[in-house]
Design a protein around this ligand. Sequence first.
Ligand code: GSH
Length: 256
Amino acid sequence: MESKSPYQFTVYNHEAGVNIWKILILLKELNLSYKEYLLDFGKGEHKEEWYRKMMPNGRIPMIVDHWNNDKIVWESNAVMKYIAGRYDTEKRFLLTDLDEQTDMDTWLFFQASHQGPYFGALQWFSFYHEEPVPSAVLRYAKETRRILGVLDTVLKDREWLVGGKITIADIAFIKCNEYATKHLLGATFDFAAEFPHAARWHGRMMARPCVREVFKYKAEQDCGRERQHVTGETVSAFAQRMGCGIEVGGIVRVAV
Ligand SMILES: N[C@@H](CCC(=O)N[C@@H](CS)C(=O)NCC(=O)O)C(=O)O
């Protein structure tokens, strides 16, 4: 179907969404055009019927490709695979060897099934849960460190996760690692000292112009890691009030 849309994708997002960053980075790296639609979580717009018809899970992110019959794709790593598979014609972020492709998928699944949920659970129990649950903070802080340790071990003798070059699998980890190592694991956490190989790999990605551009854009959007997006209360104020979080109530001591 010929589309009249002047931009290729609509990207459904929320200003505090975490899984969107890797998609925006890939779109920028491939110089593809898009428009963001910011859903109002406060009003539950992402649970409304019109949205759920496209996105049955009622979450973000989701994309619509107007230049391919309004194809809908959701689950952020599936979105990355779709965008790269169709539009990274020079395979800048993909691999050609079948075994390496399998390894790339393995890291994408690992990101979606381990890094995303465990880091997300640490964030939840540190800042958003109704009552303090120190044992949950402890468990997910340990898991977060363990996952960084897995990455650090494999990156000891290689620059990238698979195929000797940056792929969508590497890009998939950027945002959660940045957030965990700067905020979630507390002010005393030293990424370079504890996980030097993963820290160098992360640093290489953070230095890329397109990555910097997305981080700058997001900072300008005030996407509110310091804001509890539904109530408007800051995460710090929330953590203080609840007496929970990595740096509150001495939990940092048991988490190490
Ligand atoms: N595995 C999914 C995770 C999607 C997800 O959990 N999105 C969160 C924001 S990053 C969301 O939409 N939360 C809203 C809600 O839970 O209602 C992906 O990678 O796309």
